[in-house]
Write a protein that binds this ligand. Sequence first.
Ligand code: PNS
Length: 181
Amino acid sequence: MIAIYPGSFDPITLGHLDIIERGCKLFERVIVAVLCNPEKSPLFPVQERVEQIRRCTQHLENVEVDSFVGLTVDYAKLRNAKVLLRGLRAVSDFEKELQMAHTNHTLWDEIETVFLATSNEYSFLSSSVVKEIAKFGGSVDHLVPQQVALDICQCYAETPPGATPPIIMNPPTPLNHFQVE
Ligand code: PNS
């Protein structure tokens, strides 16, 4: 059974990695799918996030990392996957996640969302928290994979504490409706 783990991953945290590692034990294949959302101004461009995730999941044989635009269920159909994998941290996540799971089910009645309870040690952790800490010069070494911590450090290095760093753009690449790596 193939599971899609969709998300923004801006950037991937140790909490995300924990879900990926545990998902890999449950599913034949886990496709980590980074949403390309033109509405948001991310810290890292989509392609860089894909590469960051690839680097830190190299030890897992049944992981694929990809990016997509549009509806998650359409991407799942394209990849022949009927499971969406999501991590649940606290009660505060529950409402949004439940709404998303129900919405996705109305869009495609064959899709199921499987939630994994986030490990206790990462129950407070989010990409936003990481960015907030880094923005004010704090260390995020204990919150994200090592290489990602370096990328974040580099990103904020020339930015005064408290200011938002400019986005590092990749050269524009033509996007099909779905960009399969
Ligand atoms: O990491 P995030 O930001 O919590 O992930 C949210 C994500 C990408 C899973 C969600 O926003 C999503 O699936 N977006 C794609 C658009 C879509 O399918 N919307 C309908 C379901 S609400």
